[in-house]
Design a protein around this ligand. Structure first.
Ligand code: MN
Length: 237
């Protein structure tokens, strides 16, 4: 291998999320996401929920959006959807992790929104094509600060909700997850070597729906944090 003397282009900044109550930042290595992890959401997407092994998709690390940000309505879609989710922040490397020790690999938790170009995702799904363009686009991973497990514990229960322009759209309890966090980590670590810096969006409850330019989102994971997000209004001349 040749020694790199100089990069052709400036090296992009490492995407990161503040660690609450500290001066630290959680540098994001990868973003994994779980599909259909709440029964009522599986039903609203047209599936009878079964306890099949969980399935995963990914987003690029630079899809991260900081809490409180205003983003543009996503390119290439007419049906941008919100999905409020508990997010796990991995703090210790591991592969083939047993569910019994899985929580030892968790650094902390956040609340995030898995923004989805639903029209593109469903078109891909129906044609047996990859989900990348429906899920892994620019600014598709808004997230709160990461709260360390030493501070907030491991939230096995607690309300997870999202309102848009003050109207409640999604509300469930994270105890309703088909595959709880230890199982998600166990399954995922059989497919990928998990490393510190990995985030796992653990799936959304029922009530997903479309967003419009100008919308204001506010959501929370009880005992962890709140998240707000604005979709920029249409440009007015
Ligand atoms: Mn999701």
């Amino acid at each position: 291998m040749r020694t790199i003397v100089k990069y052709a282009f400036p090296v992009p900044e490492v995407p990161s999320v503040p660690v609450a109550g500290t001066e630290l930042a959680f540098a994001v290595r990868r973003i994994y996401c779980v599909g259909r992890n709440y029964r009522e959401h599986a039903r609203e997407m047209g599936f009878e929920p079964e306890r099949d092994p969980p399935f995963f998709f990914t987003k690029p690390a630079d899809a991260i959006v900081q809490n409180g940000a205003t983003i543009r309505y996503a390119l290439g879609t007419k049906n941008l959807h919100h999905e409020i989710e508990l997010v796990v922040a991995i703090g210790r490397e591991g592969v083939d992790i047993p569910r019994e020790t899985a929580l030892e690999h968790v650094y902390g938790y956040a609340v995030g929104v898995d923004l989805t170009r639903r029209d593109l995702q469903l078109a891909a799904r129906d044609k047996g094509r990859p989900w990348d363009v429906g899920k892994g686009f620019d600014e598709s991973a808004p997230i709160s600060a990461v709260h360390r497990a030493v501070d907030v514990g491991h939230p096995a229960a607690g309300a997870l909700w999202l309102e848009v322009n003050g109207t409640l759209r999604q509300k469930a309890d994270v105890s309703e997850m088909i595959w709880p966090v230890p199982d998600v980590i166990a399954f995922l670590s059989r497919l990928f070597v998990l490393e510190s810096g990995d985030l796992i969006y653990t799936g959304t409850p029922a009530g997903v729906g479309p967003l419009e330019p100008g919308d204001r989102l506010r959501g929370a994971l009880e005992g962890v944090d709140e998240i707000t997000l604005q979709i920029a209004p249409y440009e007015t001349a």
